[in-house]
Design a protein around this ligand. Structure first.
Ligand code: GLC
Length: 558
């Protein structure tokens, strides 16, 4: 069987600029991040996803790229970046970076050239209109922050198209020269040693404008190009698309995915939020049942929080209202009429049981988990910052000045100091010393997951036995690796469940992780108790046949 490292990966999303400053200029940098790799290795992550690292005017947190072939000097030099890759590799951590090629910054030399003359070699790299387009006010991605998708440029004497902000003109990805350039950019970074990409706004990349058909063959082409350069490089794409389109994005060449390797599971994300808000497992069960069968090698990336708002756009109005009521009741917590600009811990009322439950559920569901930096500490948000910046505050390393993030005075973004999520209370130093802290729990949980390869590699199914609505019981099976059953209780009431129908699959069932000490799992699986907001990860079978290790490893909190 070919090695598919991404299917067993634990991905950590980190913005270099807010992670660790090494030189006191108030901006996180590559040497700072490199110095924290041991922390990440201890946490157990295997892949680091870096938000954009390129030179940028930084008007959209780096997603406005001004040069795809360099690194932002505020973060360090290309040499520093190569050191980071080397040191990460020494610790078994792969690095992927954002590939933001739907658009560029308006400061990018291509756009600067394109706007100056219709004869510029870059003119056709962007989308222009001589007349005011009829759809000028349609399709805004950031309502409230953006009021049009076509903006008039006086120098160009024409209108240019931008799905996002007007300072981020869309590239004309239907132009073969642009497609070649995107392949060159990806190949360049792979040559430097990155393991792949998080592809930004993938549906827009393959659809130059809403009037044009989606060019899925470009994804086939990009993947094949990359894999000739580096066989195990991957593309993890941002594509919040419906179940009917998922197959097209992954591609299917005789049963094997031949386009994107991974897609973020936005549908599951929204349903997880709904399930947590309602204390009801049904939305997750629906999401699992609605998931189309994926071709071999295709993989979901699960997540609870990322660097953007929680996107509830695909829920019904009633469902969305329930999530808002529970997790974002104040107007200032909401964004773009569809999302919430908060982190998990405050959304869950700082209730440790619910935070563990949420993450235990995410990490045990099919796919490869992605976690946003700081979530492992239970960091909060700063609603006094604008838009999505609320959830992009610096990492909280210690109770010392500036949370140990920087020795400087003028920080790229303020650290959270006040209240129960302020760094004097929530920080790495105090949590690492405490075996009962959330951070210690994450370390244990991730280590446990890495002993359960069937989660990433195997089939995930809902256990087909009657359950109270608030209990999610799902299974992961992989013939070579074993089988696990997972129980998660979304309500604050104790419950006992009967899983005896799984008895025929079980060989020596034992618990790997749980919210508290429970009596040992009995072989018949007929009486399994679960506390309010409790969870239990139970191994039914492993790849070693009948073995002896079970009893000694039980108890996730041991
Ligand atoms: C993606 C990113 C978001 C960014 C946008 C434009 O949605 O996740 O942060 O603003 O693309 O690049």
């Amino acid at each position: 069987m070919p090695e598919h490292w991404y299917r067993e990966a634990v991905v950590y999303c980190c913005d270099v600029e807010t992670f660790q400053d090494s030189n006191g200029d108030g901006v996180g940098d590559f040497p700072g991040l490199t110095s924290r790799l041991d922390y990440l290795a201890r946490l157990g992550i295997t892949c680091l996803w870096l938000n954009p690292i390129h030179p940028t005017p930084n008007r959209d947190d780096g997603y406005d790229v001004a040069d795809f072939y360099a690194v932002d000097p505020r973060l360090g030099t290309l040499g520093d970046f190569a050191e980071l890759l080397h040191e990460a590799g020494n610790r078994g951590i792969r690095v992927i970076i954002d590939l933001v090629v739907n658009h560029t910054s308006d400061q990018h030399p291509w756009f600067q050239s394109a706007r100056k003359s219709p004869d510029s070699p870059y003119r056709d790299w962007y989308l222009w209109s001589d007349k005011e387009p009829e759809d000028r006010y349609e399709g805004m991605v950031f309502p409230g922050e953006q009021n049009e998708t076509w903006t008039y440029d006086r120098t160009a004497k024409a209108w240019y198209y931008h799905r996002f902000y007007n300072f981020m003109p869309d590239l004309n990805t239907a132009n073969p020269e642009v497609k070649d350039e995107i392949k060159r950019i990806a190949a360049f970074w792979v040559q430097l040693g990155v393991a792949g990409f998080r592809m930004d706004a993938a549906p827009f990349v393959i659809e130059a404008s809403p009037q044009q058909p989606k060019d899925f063959t470009f994804l086939t082409d990009l993947r094949s190009h990359l894999q000739w350069r580096q066989g195990d490089s991957v593309i993890l794409a941002e594509a919040n698309v419906g179940a009917d389109e998922v197959g097209e994005y992954f591609g299917d060449a005789g049963g094997s995915a031949n386009r994107l390797h991974m897609l973020f599971d936005f549908a599951l994300n929204a349903r997880l939020m709904l399930a947590l808000a309602r204390g009801d497992a049904e939305p997750v069960i629906d999401a699992l049942r609605d998931t189309p069968k994926l071709p071999e090698g295709a993989q979901w990336a699960t997540f609870l929080r990322n660097h953007d708002e929680v996107d509830l756009s695909k829920l019904t109005a009633e469902q969305r209202a329930d999530v808002f009521a529970e997790f974002g009741p104040e107007k200032e917590m909401q964004l773009y009429d569809r999302g919430i600009r908060r982190r998990m811990a405050p959304m869950l009322g700082g209730d440790r049981r619910r935070i563990e439950l949420a993450y235990a559920m995410q990490f045990s569901l099919r796919g490869s988990p992605v976690i946003r930096y700081g979530e492992e500490l239970g960091m909060g948000e700063d609603l006094s910052l604008t838009g999505r910046d609320a959830i992009r505050t610096p990492m909280q390393w210690s109770p010392g000045a500036n949370a140990g993030f920087s020795g400087g005075k003028d920080l790229v973004r303020p650290v959270i100091e006040q209240g129960e999520y302020g760094y004097p209370h929530v920080n790495v130093v105090s949590q690492q010393q405490n075996p009962r802290s959330l951070l210690s729990w994450f370390e244990r949980m991730i280590r446990t997951l890495r002993q359960c390869p069937e989660v990433g590699l195997g089939a995930c199914s809902v256990v087909d036995v009657p359950m109270p609505r608030h209990v999610l019981a799902h299974q992961a099976d992989q013939p070579d690796r074993g089988a696990m059953v997972f129980l998660h209780n979304l309500a604050d009431e104790d419950v006992t469940v009967d899983l005896s129908s799984l008895g025929k699959y079980a060989e020596y069932p034992y618990e790997l992780l749980a919210d508290k000490d429970y009596p040992p799992v009995d072989d018949s699986l007929s009486t399994i108790s679960l506390a309010g907001y409790g969870y239990r990860w139970i191994r039914l079978r492993d790849s070693h046949g009948r073995h002896t290790g079970g009893q000694t490893t039980r108890g996730g909190l041991a």
